[in-house]
Design a protein around this ligand. Structure first.
Ligand SMILES: [Zn+2]
Length: 256
């Protein structure tokens, strides 16, 4: 049974098989997304994809989705008003405490589902520690810095490589599709990282050498990418693609 935890009674949660159930823990962010997208963009995208997952997934799959954590580690954006950030230690503590609560009741599989690139390092390092501490399997599903979007972007992306990064072609398309009234279309502008960060062989915003950048190092307006290429139709394709892929990942985790 695939359900949102917050809609169940304690007794209903108790009916879930502890060994087989995957507890999905979604982690978003609240941070500036340029002048055209709301600060809740990452969290909204997460919720929209999860809504679609719940609609399309085989209802027999034992899946519990915890409440979405709407704040992440966004200190790269803190010089832009509206951004709210956990520190590394707080994010780590919040996720650790939630996983402890889940493990305390005997669940064995936790999948952290992250929609914000600034959370990635913290979550991936934490998942191994949690396995050691709690003796549960902890997975991190991440769509930044992985090939998650690769197949769909090959088909629909019109901007160059750094057109998809932040408040970009991808994120703007999804919010145009899911919350069209929240997109300030007249404010949409492209903004690419300065040279040499676009053409360097090693030190770029995509790595392989990381530089602890802050948003103002690479963008004056908070946009990193090309939202002018965004469309609502691309947003629909992206949400459907992501939901299909999340379902496949959940099925694969279930088989382990
Ligand atoms: Zn975002």
């Amino acid at each position: 049974m695939a359900r949102l935890l917050e809609e169940l009674t304690s007794q209903e949660v108790d009916a879930f098989n502890r060994e087989e159930t995957i507890v999905l823990l979604p982690v978003g962010a609240t941070e500036q997304h340029g002048k055209h997208l709301p600060v809740g963009t990452d969290t909204m995208i997460l919720k929209s994809v999860l809504e679609r997952v719940l609609k399309d997934i085989d209802p027999e799959i034992p899946l519990l989705i915890t409440p979405v954590i709407p704040v992440g580690k966004s200190n790269e954006h803190l010089n832009f008003i509206g951004t709210i950030s956990f520190s590394y230690a707080t994010l780590r503590g919040v996720i650790e405490d939630i996983c402890k609560s889940i493990a305390r009741h005997g669940f064995k599989k936790i999948a952290i589902f992250n929609s914000h690139g600034g959370n990635t390092d913290t979550l991936t390092s934490l998942c191994r520690d949690l396995r050691d501490q709690l003796n549960v399997q902890v997975f991190v599903i991440d769509w930044w810095f992985t090939n998650f979007w690769e197949d769909i972007l090959k088909e629909i992306q019109e901007s160059p490589r750094d057109g998809v990064f932040h408040a970009c072609e991808l994120e703007t398309s999804i919010i145009m599709y899911t919350f069209p009234h929240l997109v300030k279309r007249e404010q949409i502008v492209a903004s690419f990282p300065p040279e040499p960060l676009r053409s360097n062989k090693y030190v770029t915003i995509f790595g392989p050498v990381t530089m602890g950048w802050r948003t103002e190092d690479i963008s004056a307006n908070g946009v990193i990418g090309d939202p002018t290429k965004a469309t609502s139709e691309k947003g629909r394709l992206l949400v459907e693609f992501a939901a299909r892929k999340i379902i496949e990942i959940i099925q694969e985790i279930q088989s382990l």
